[in-house]
Design a protein around this ligand. Structure first.
Ligand code: NAI
Length: 332
């Protein structure tokens, strides 16, 4: 069996080589994208995989795959919105995904952001850079064990975050449309979002972005938050109205924000940009604020998560060739 891996990033190479050695299957690394031209390179391979945001929607790609006897593109991602699923189906090409990968990756960054904000790390660094090493009364912090942490969205990542916060001694409360049995003994559910927002010192969002969760946190309910509350968003940018968060931070109506995802993140995610591009945007503002910790969609970016993405995608190919059953298929 031979597999061609398209658009391989430097951080994926180790995981691909490991899977290849463990399974004794050749995986050829290709740095390019899948396009109508580059698909010709897949001739003679048994399976192909990619991870790309550039669309895979040219009919020629799927037509050529059919000619080569290739019936699957294994995406090394959770989302498959970059593929033309219907056209792929027309040519009998299954698009498979990686439905889940290390929830700890995201949960740990949420905890890390919360801890940095609670301990005023950015404020302390700014003062120290000016030579001020004093134990300023404004920099005294709470310990996490004296805090109530509110988890909004208690699915896989939310419950993992809850366990980590509880392990550090916090009281954890949760809100979700559906109660997760895995949350039993970890958190206490609140019946509505407002009750959670009023009670929590740290609020961490772990919901999907759908119509009903768009700008779930906005100026109307930010009013309910405690003055020293911290909001952490590692879910999706548009779960919060970031302008309303910034206004509340500037007016000291909340104490901090830990942000991994922003609605406007396509401006910069996984790119080396000219900083002029973000001048005057909320990104520039957030980077300058001492009560904000900002990371550019890095929550998933751990060795374990990348290993999970690579191995699940390659296993999707291996299993379909060996058993004829296509797992994690998104379009058939
Ligand atoms: P999940 O599906 O296991 O959990 C989501 C939870 O949200 C479910 O329990 C669901 O009932 C709840 N929910 C959905 N709509 C709701 C609403 N309107 N009100 C209350 N609860 C609602 O998903 P998982 O794996 O825990 O992921 C959560 C989110 O984390 C993803 O949707 C994604 O947006 C984000 N994520 C962020 C990453 C990053 O790198 N920053 C990486 C991976 C995921």
């Amino acid at each position: 069996m031979r597999i061609l891996a398209y658009h391989v990033q430097p951080y994926e190479v180790k995981a691909i080589e490991k899977w290849s050695n463990d399974n004794n299957i050749e995986v050829v690394i290709n740095k390019g994208l899948i396009t109508a031209e580059s698909i010709a390179e897949a001739k003679g391979f048994d399976g192909i995989t990619t991870q790309q945001v550039i669309p895979v929607n040219d009919e020629e790609i799927f037509k050529t795959m059919k000619d080569f006897g290739l019936n699957q593109i294994a995406s090394r991602t959770a989302g498959v919105d970059m593929f033309d699923l219907e056209t792929a189906k027309k040519y009998g090409v299954a698009i498979t995904n990686v439905p889940r990968y290390s929830p700890n990756a995201i949960a740990e960054l949420a905890v890390s952001h919360a801890m940095q904000l609670l301990r005023n790390v950015k404020h302390i660094e700014t003062a120290m850079k000016k030579g001020d090493f004093t134990w300023n009364k404004d920099l005294i912090s709470k310990e996490i064990r004296s805090c109530v942490v509110g988890i909004i969205g208690t699915g896989r990542i939310g419950v993992t975050a809850a366990k980590l916060f509880k392990g550090l001694g916090a009281k954890v409360i949760g809100y979700d449309q559906i109660k997760n049995p895995d949350a039993e003994g970890v958190l206490e559910y609140r019946d509505n979002l407002d009750d959670l927002l009023k009670e929590a010192d740290v609020i961490s969002l772990h919901l999907p972005l759908v119509d009903s969760t768009y700008h779930l946190i906005n100026k109307d309910n930010i009013k309910l938050l405690k003055k020293d509350a911290i909001v952490i968003n590692t879910g999706r940018g548009a779960l919060v109205n970031i302008d309303d968060i910034i206004e509340a931070l500037e007016e000291n109506r909340i104490a901090g924000a830990g942000i991994d995802v922003l609605e406007c993140e396509t401006l910069y995610v996984n790119q080396n940009i000219d900083l002029e591009k973000i001048k005057g945007t909320c990104v520039e503002k957030l980077m300058e604020m001492d009560n904000v910790v900002l990371t550019g969609h890095f929550a998933f970016f751990t060795e374990t998560a990348v290993d999970n993405m690579v191995s699940t995608a390659l296993n999707n190919i291996k299993n379909s060739i060996e058993t004829g059953t296509i797992e994690n298929c998104m379009n058939m």
